[in-house]
Design a binder for this molecule. Structure first.
Ligand code: FAD
Ligand code: SF4
Ligand code: SF4
Length: 321
């Protein structure tokens, strides 16, 4: 493996844990109105000066195809308790309180006991539809009342989620890792291989594969490390025996197969002979389908082999009749 600074590393496994980035809001005049802060601003030392504070959950999450960020309900509740402790009037506007671990339930009870006011807005509505911003008040559609309520504010805190980072995107391109609809790295199987990728030897962990809290990210880090260790301790990688064959007399050096291979197992540039790396090849057959010259074949997936399988299956069902 060659790093961008030119350092060469001899590695047997890679764990990608490049994280995610905080959502940068444009909603509720953030960046223009100094009364509007984010939870990240608070982490970075900004303080809430006003008496009336409205916290808005799910900013950048659970909308426009993005899922729940999982950690921010707990952050919103903690900030609400903290601000209540400073004697402020705190209203927390939320869609659902996602208690991904039991501590969130405790925080919720503490916030209620401390006198934080909760307003639930419609689950599916865009935040800016359910919450309208006026000069000194928010007009919020309260699901429990079935009506709009007015929330006076001196400060608004936007409880922001996590979105895919450019770094993770770059790494996914270099390592040819699949991404989900949101742009986070995709695991081989959500239940059977949550930190595995489709490429043996490459593992993923933490917020790079989706928003989560620190405890979950650490647990995934342990899981990925143990998966890598198992592989390294074994000393070899088990592979499917199927790899394609190339008929160089048919190859026109078009290079289409280079892009088609999701595992980077075909290298080269158009116009020159390509190089196939059997150790990286997973025998998926993508190059076979892409080659316009029929120069690539996979024995197990050749037209003849598939026709023979279909014929055998049909013959068996005819015999049963
Ligand atoms: C405002 C805010 C508040 C939060 N508060 C909480 C909280 O109170 N409790 C909680 O549990 N969670 C909280 N979270 C969520 C928490 O930040 C994440 O769960 C956690 O950071 C995920 O850890 P990670 O290691 O997967 O990713 P990160 O913490 O994002 O770490 C990724 C690391 O990879 C490095 N990196 C990226 N690209 C490259 C590259 N190409 N080469 C080398 N290094 C690279 C980055 O520099 C970074 O150090 C909060 C998030 C936000 C935005
Ligand atoms: S954890 Fe809570 S605040 Fe964050 S996106 Fe999910 S529901 Fe919204
Ligand atoms: S797609 Fe076929 S013809 Fe084109 S470079 Fe690859 S093997 Fe050769």
């Amino acid at each position: 493996m060659v790093l961008s600074n030119g350092t060469e590393l001899d590695v047997g496994a890679i764990i990608v844990a490049t994280g995610a980035k905080p959502y940068m809001p444009t909603e509720f005049n953030y960046g223009k109105d100094p009364r509007v802060l984010t939870t990240l601003d608070l982490e970075n030392g900004k303080t809430v000066e006003g008496k009336n504070v409205a916290i808005i959950n799910c900013v950048g999450s659970r909308t426009s195809g993005r899922g729940c960020s999982r950690y921010c309900c707990a952050v919103g509740l903690s900030k609400a308790i903290e601000l209540r402790g400073q004697g402020k009037n705190v209203v927390l506007i939320y869609r659902d309180i996602m208690g991904v671990d039991p501590e969130v339930e405790d925080l919720y009870k503490k916030a209620r006991d401390a006198g934080v006011l909760f307003i639930r807005i419609p689950r599916k509505a865009e935040l800016t539809e359910a919450i309208k911003m006026d000069t000194n008040k928010l007009i919020v559609h309260d699901v429990e009342l079935g009506d709009d309520v007015e929330v006076p504010f001196d400060n608004i805190i936007l409880n922001i989620g996590l979105v895919p980072s450019e770094d993770t995107d770059e790494v996914s391109k270099v390592l040819r890792l699949s991404k989900d609809q949101e742009g986070f790295l995709m695991e081989a199987h959500p239940k059977l291989g949550p930190v595995d990728t489709m490429t043996p030897g490459i593992f993923i962990a933490g917020a790079a594969r989706g928003p989560k809290n620190v405890a979950e990210a650490i647990a995934e880090g342990y899981a990925a490390a143990s998966r890598a260790l198992m592989m390294l301790a074994q000393g070899y990688v088990t592979k499917e025996p199927f790899i394609p064959k190339f008929d160089w007399s048919k190859c026109t050096k078009c290079g289409l197969c280079i892009k088609a291979c999701p595992y980077g197992a075909i290298r080269g540039v158009p116009g020159k002979w390509i190089e196939h790396i059997p150790a990286a090849c997973q025998g998926c057959g993508a190059c076979v389908a892409e080659c316009p010259q029929d120069a690539i074949t996979l024995d197990a997936l050749s037209d003849d082999a598939i026709m023979a399988q279909i014929e055998a299956a049909l013959l068996r069902s005819l015999r049963r009749r």
